[in-house]
Design a protein around this ligand. Structure first.
Ligand code: NAD
Length: 505
């Protein structure tokens, strides 16, 4: 079987790649397990030296990589350079820098009743990590979790999306710099993904749609395989009367239309306070009108990646128009040029919360705009969907921004900016509600890819512990110990006396 790569701009085939048959899954896991015995035994410095080489190669090949990504996804070359190549290089650099302090034993306090002991968290690799990645950021969303998983001492089976096989092939070529079978890149779609999930990896890191995420979680539950699920979103942008209007308008346009809106953290709903609603709309229309569509270095917006995505966006926009939405920019779906995959950015007003364009992920260049009056209303509107990935608030009152941020139920937020919280690898990234389970980036990434063993250590020189047998004669002393330390009035003298007597049994 082969996978066909197509150019989204004209949807014609540009290459074919050999698909990995699901029957190979057992051998893949065996190879991975064998490679793990060596890789996990390497020092962290040695593992990081491989990642450093990978980063250098990515930077040296940045143009070729950006070309392949642009051709495969329809995004502009500049977008491919910034939110794919630069983001991947920065993710790897973050791991190189932070892993030594995150992966060493972490000392924690030991409570007084265990005096004389020490406590720490020991981290070690999980084994084989299965990475299942999507087509919208086929490079970055493979490279970032891969770097964390490898630094933590795991081996990886990576299945990139079947929609972007040329990027899969590129990743396969790049991974050849690691020792054999440390990273196995496989090509295939849903069937292969299912077989790999059923193949009992030690950890699954999945990025993709909510429906696939739920299936993976169900399969993983059979074997209690831990997972991170990075799923879809319906992010709200809230703009208050006191926001810097021109900045908010530019941010909304970039946040909603970057990569034709095919970003999990895209601005999918804009809520504008009524006092500036009309000026904001005028400003957003002006900014939208300036955008250039195409795939050259200077283009602002490329094409959508798949026909399925094109049709999904088309249906959602048509449904909104049928239900009374007003088209402020872009074309009505009936006038879209179906000869290619470019969708002109769409601005919609007169929308309401029951429309699917306001409830379900659009994943296209569509910005629905709704006005609100009060802070409470803005929070309530932002929290209405089943998703909880990200969001943003625009106001020059930072106290208000923080108040709103603390009430929005999402895993990520930006204040007076959009989407960039995910680009700071010091911050953990992940969604809540239907947007996912778990986190990566930040300290959490390296930690999640590790088994954490809680260790309490004793020098082993004393005969025994105060709570070991026998119990006879200890009951009242233990009560005194508890009351003197954890009761209303701390009494050190009673505590020490009770402790000393207990330790003589
Ligand atoms: P998808 O769920 O269709 O596919 C994702 C990956 O899973 C692909 O590699 C695919 O082959 C594989 N897969 C499909 N069915 C499978 C199954 N039953 N078992 C195992 N693997 C299976 O998602 P997509 O269309 O590639 O990506 C778009 C979605 O990803 C959007 O919803 C978007 O919001 C989401 N996304 C989320 C984030 C995030 O970080 N939260 C980032 C990017 C994209």
């Amino acid at each position: 079987m082969t996978l066909k790569a197509v150019t989204p701009a004209d949807a014609s085939p540009i290459g074919a790649f050999e698909e990995t048959p699901p029957r190979d899954v057992d051998a893949l896991y065996q190879n991975s397990h064998q490679a793990w015995q060596t890789w996990a035994g390497y020092s962290l410095e040695r593992r990081l030296s491989y990642l450093k080489r990978l980063r250098h190669i990515i930077v040296e090949l940045q143009e070729e990589i950006a070309d392949i990504i642009s051709m495969s996804t329809g995004k502009t070359k500049t977008d491919a350079l910034t939110t794919e190549v630069m983001a991947a290089a920065d993710a790897i650099r973050h791991v190189e820098k932070e892993a030594p302090s995150i992966l060493i034993n972490e000392k924690v306090k030991t409570p007084i009743q265990f005096m004389g002991k020490s406590s720490y968290i020991n981290r070690k690799p999980r084994g084989t990590v299965l990475l299942l990645s999507p087509w919208n950021f086929p490079f970055q969303l493979a490279a970032a979790p891969l770097a964390e998983a490898l630094a933590s001492g795991n081996t990886v089976i990576l299945k990139p999306s079947e929609v972007t096989p040329m990027v899969g092939e590129l990743l396969r070529r790049l991974m050849a710099l690691f020792p054999e079978h440390v990273v196995q890149v496989v090509m295939g779609g849903k069937e292969l993904g299912e077989a790999l999930t059923a193949g009992k990896p030690d950890y699954i890191h999945f990025t993709g749609s909510v429906s696939t995420g739920k299936k993976i979680q169900q399969q993983a539950a059979n074997d209690l395989i831990p997972t991170t699920l990075e799923l879809g979103g319906k992010d709200a942008m809230i703009i208050f009367n006191d926001a810097r209007l021109s900045r908010a308008a530019k941010a909304a346009v970039w946040g909603a239309f970057h990569h034709s809106g095919q970003v999990c953290l895209s601005i999918e709903r804009v809520y504008v306070q009524s006092g500036i609603y009309h000026q904001f709309l005028t400003e957003v229309k002006r900014e939208t009108a300036k955008l250039q569509q195409g795939q050259s270095e200077d283009a602002d917006i490329g094409a959508v990646t798949t026909t399925a995505q094109y049709n999904h966006v088309k249906n959602q926009v048509q449904e909104a128009l049928d239900q009374g939405a007003v088209l402020e920019a872009g074309k009505a779906p009936g006038d879209w040029d179906t000869a290619n995959m470019f969708i002109e950015p769409v601005l919609l007003t007169n929308v309401h919360s029951d429309m699917s364009v306001m409830k379900e992920e659009t994943f296209g260049p569509v910005m629905p705009i709704l006005s609100f009056d009060t802070e409470e209303e803005a929070v309530q509107l932002a929290n209405t969907t089943s998703y909880g990935l990200g969001g943003s608030v625009f106001t020059t009152d930072i106290g208000k921004a923080e108040r709103i941020t603390s009430q929005i139920r999402t895993g990520n937020m930006n204040i007076n900016d959009v989407m960039t919280s995910a680009a700071n690898f010091q911050l953990p990234f992940g969604g809540v509600k239907n947007s996912g389970i778990g986190k990566y980036h930040g300290k959490e990434g390296l930690r999640n890819f590790s088994i954490e063993t809680a260790v309490m250590a004793d020098r082993g020189t004393d005969e025994q512990e105060i709570i070991w047998y026998p119990n006879a004669g200890k009951y009242h002393l233990l009560k005194e110990l508890i009351t003197s330390f954890w009761g209303r009035q701390r009494n050190w003298k009673s505590f020490i006396q009770a402790y000393m007597r207990l330790s003589k049994f």
